[in-house]
Design a protein around this ligand. Structure first.
Ligand code: NAD
Length: 277
């Protein structure tokens, strides 16, 4: 199975579908990431916050895949927005992962109450210039936060990774990202499972002989966003990557579009202010 890539604004290619690792316990992470590689995934999304970077790196090493064929993303923890803290935290990530460089490094949350995300961004620009990250971006940034980064920075973020699924379509964020050449990445693409029992999704899935998860992931792919569903179940890891052999017609895309309720499963970027993780 071959997963297509999308070009970021600096010419780096990112596989459109990857493997999410939030809430994977360190003890299970190596094996599950290896399962994902066997199923054809070549992109892994981790974060300092997930505390499994070391095991993700072990899986990359154990896979035997050439480093250049694997795309690894990690994210800066919320307590480290001060310039020197951000640089030191990045160094720790690289050491944990042992991958030599990162493909993508993100500011995990804007933390507007702390008010230092432009400082963190300046540190990420230095990391990019050093060649130790091939691309840099942000996560959970609202258009107002992105505007400040674009005003004060010299490099535009390559991606904005936000919560996005059929119950949270994120039209305004996606439109802002697109207008500025920023690729939107959809976290919790399955709404952490909440959208899978929806009768509209069940009906679309039935029509195409696929599972509800596959129908939802196909909807994301056809909208052009990057996704990285998470599962700790090997059969579902395989299932979630098998979304490139069918196509949803406009009517099915619209039916899933129509499910939007602006409903979040996670924190709101304007109010998330926890630095203890
Ligand atoms: P998700 O939407 O990928 O849902 C995962 C859950 O859905 C699983 O735990 C399982 O219960 C269910 N599931 C998965 N595949 C299934 C299948 N085929 N059939 C039935 N049920 C299935 O949620 P997520 O893990 O929150 O998000 C995916 C990834 O996004 C994370 O692992 C992480 O890498 C990233 N993420 C980023 C942020 C951020 O702030 N940047 C926040 C949350 C998640």
């Amino acid at each position: 199975m071959s997963i297509p890539s999308i070009l970021l604004n600096n010419g780096v290619a990112i596989p459109q579908l990857g493997f999410g690792t939030y809430k994977l316990q360190p003890a299970q992470t190596r094996d599950l990431v290896l399962r994902a590689f066997e199923a054809g995934y070549r992109h892994v999304d981790t974060a300092q916050m997930y505390r499994n970077e070391r095991e993700v790196g072990e899986a990359v090493a154990a896979s035997g895949l050439p480093r250049a064929e694997v795309f690894v993303t990690s994210k800066l923890n919320n307590a480290f927005h001060a310039h020197d803290d951000a640089l030191a935290a990045f160094d720790r990530s690289l050491e944990e992962l042992g991958t030599g460089y990162l493909d993508l490094f993100l500011v995990h949350w804007p933390m507007p109450a702390v008010g230092r995300y432009t400082e963190a961004w300046a540190a990420l620009e230095e990391i990019l210039a050093s060649g130790r990250a091939r691309a840099i971006g942000v996560s959970n940034f609202q258009p107002a936060h992105l505007e400040r980064v674009l005003e004060t920075g010299t490099v535009a973020p390559a991606v904005n990774q936000v919560e996005l699924h059929p119950y949270l379509r994120q039209d305004a964020v996606r439109a802002f990202d697109a207008a500025h050449g920023i690729v939107t990445e959809a976290w919790s693409p399955l709404g952490r499972g909440s959208v899978l029992g929806d009768p509209v999704i069940a009906e679309v899935a039935r029509r195409h002989g696929v599972t509800p998860a596959q129908a939802v992931l196909r909807w994301h792919v056809q909208r052009g966003d990057v996704v990285f569903p998470k599962s700790a179940t090997p059969a579902r890891i395989v299932e979630n990557a098998d979304v490139f052999g069918f196509e949803l017609p406009d009517a099915d895309m619209s039916a899933i579009d129509g499910l939007n309720r602006d409903e979040r499963t996670g924190s709101h970027p304007d109010t998330e202010n926890r630095t203890d993780r």
